[in-house]
Design a protein around this ligand. Structure first.
Ligand SMILES: Nc1ncnc2c1ncn2[C@@H]1O[C@H](COP(=O)(O)OS(=O)(=O)O)[C@@H](OP(=O)(O)O)[C@H]1O
Ligand SMILES: Nc1ncnc2c1ncn2[C@@H]1O[C@H](COP(=O)(O)OP(=O)(O)O)[C@@H](O)[C@H]1O
Length: 229
């Protein structure tokens, strides 16, 4: 009996070795292997008394993404929760300073932000990513990086004419004058989410205050258990 168990065990070891070698030749041509740490996400969350996740704010330029990101961060901070904002404009000053606004570069911009957001969520942080992220496929790819439920997509559905009337940076004006090419909503596409966790819809020019809107997101986090370990 014992010898049979040893024989089976040996066969399993040999098969695992074969699989690893096959992987190193085909799926893993660079021979890069994952190194496991002894401290896991659950351990970090225990210290922080919260669950790491990504709140992904998407919408047109001027829709209020950055303002809302700050309001959510401020409110959670005052409750002792650890947050971090990945703001589109700010990330383009550093990590993504090499990227333009072409379709390919916007996709790469979102891919990198998605990867950083994933790391922050794994660290136990409530990460708030705010970028136009105009392509559905790119947002869905970021969602796919995270465990189910941990990617909370929020569509800030503000009509183009309202964003354009706000125009805090004067970019819509430049885009209409043809001085900025490929501006989202003017001569570049924006694909609204088909199904996302939260839609913040603004009809007409009246809008909810950023702090009231932030409370909607915080209630969602509370209801779904993200504000406790
Ligand atoms: N062509 C063009 N289209 C859209 N936006 C433009 C463009 N050129 C510059 N900007 C400014 O860059 C900010 C958007 O950067 P993002 O990284 O969020 O864009 S994207 O997700 O890669 O589409 C965006 O900031 P927000 O207004 O905060 O959205 C603009 O200020
Ligand atoms: N809920 C809101 N109601 C009215 N104005 C808002 C609201 N949220 C943001 N704004 C204003 O709209 C403009 C664009 O906001 P911002 O957060 O910079 O948008 P985005 O990051 O999407 O470009 C700013 O002038 C800001 O003060």
């Amino acid at each position: 009996m014992m010898t049979m168990i040893i024989k089976i065990f040996n066969q399993v070891i040999i098969q695992v070795g074969k699989n690893l070698r096959q992987m190193s030749n085909s799926e893993n041509p660079l021979n890069i292997l994952w190194h496991e740490s002894s401290i896991h996400k659950l351990d970090r969350q225990e210290i922080l008394q919260q669950k790491g996740c990504v709140i992904w704010l998407t919408g047109l330029s001027g829709s209020g993404k950055s303002t809302l990101a700050c309001a959510v961060s401020q409110s959670l901070h005052s409750r002792g929760k650890l947050t971090y904002i990945l703001d589109g404009d700010n990330i383009r000053h550093g990590l993504n300073r090499d990227l333009s606004f072409s379709k390919e570069d916007r996709s790469e911009n979102i891919r990198r932000i998605g990867e950083v957001a994933k790391l922050l969520a794994d660290a136990g942080v409530i990460c708030i990513a705010s970028s136009i992220s105009p392509y559905r496929k790119d947002r869905d790819a970021c969602r796919a990086l995270l465990p189910k439920g941990d990617f909370i997509e929020v569509f800030i559905d503000v009509p183009l004419y309202v964003c354009e009337a706000r125009d805090p940076k004067g970019l819509y004006k430049l885009a209409r004058a043809g001085k900025v090419k490929g501006f989202t909503g003017v001569d570049d596409p924006y694909e609204p989410p088909c199904s996302c966790e939260i839609v913040l819809q603004q009809k007409g020019t009246d809008s909810m205050s950023p702090s009231d809107t932030a409370e909607i997101l915080i209630s969602y986090l509370e209801k779904n258990g993200y504000l406790r370990a």
